[in-house]
Design a protein around this ligand. Sequence first.
Ligand SMILES: Nc1ncnc2c1ncn2[C@@H]1O[C@H](COP(=O)(O)OP(=O)(O)OP(=O)(O)O)[C@@H](O)[C@H]1O
Ligand SMILES: [Mg+2]
Length: 239
Amino acid sequence: MVKKNNKKVIIEVINLKKDYKVGSVITKVLKGINMKIYEGEFVGIMGPSGSGKSTTLHQLALLDTPTEGKILVEGVDITKLSEIEKSNFRLYYFGYVFQEYRNIPELTALENVFLPLRMQGKPKKFYINEAKKLLEYVGLGNRLYHKPSELSGGQQQRVAIARALIHKPKILFADEPTASLDTGASKEILKLLKKYNEEYNQTIIMVTHETSHIKYFDRVVKIKDGLVEKKWVLLNELF
Ligand SMILES: Nc1ncnc2c1ncn2[C@@H]1O[C@H](COP(=O)(O)OP(=O)(O)OP(=O)(O)O)[C@@H](O)[C@H]1O
Ligand SMILES: [Mg+2]
């Protein structure tokens, strides 16, 4: 289960805390998360509903600001970056996949996928070629000019995954990317992520509830009540 741990640490999370204030009530959601993620790992984040999985992912992915603690990405504490540096990090170093596919409805699959490279100011010929290659890779070479409404749920999520990977992010963050899909489509998405992880040494951090996904992960980090319950979990210890 535990492999690739002889490699470089890509993320180190130190005493991560997050409080949310709703009205006058403060809720302590993350209570001191500590973990390391190694380059090229496919890590599953699991645990009960409301335990803080999405909150953890959002802090790591620069989609929220922690109350306390450090998040070192290749040694850089990303919580200390300026707003401009944070948006550059999001644009160049991170990729995101969510339960809702978040494709732009008016754009074709091809246009949705090349968008991040276009935003980076890359040449047109380059971003069109890259997007075509990646859509081919995810099995949508024959759907380049379809709009999201003309694709199945699984195909829409493939477009979203291609868009999240087009700029070759250091880390891909995924929060329950298959929760809207049936079992068959869900399995295909996991197989695709695993293949990409293995072929390109892509680091992937993915939140899921599905025990059937565990076999695709190198490691599971189990979160319970805002803390890492176990860092190195064996399959039969999980549930
Ligand atoms: N923006 C927010 N404001 C206030 N409370 C929040 C906010 N986001 C999350 N919470 C609270 O933090 C707790 C953890 O939420 P989180 O979304 O991280 O859980 P989760 O483990 O991802 O659960 P699920 O499996 O249901 O997605 C919940 O009790 C939730 O009410
Ligand atoms: Mg969640």
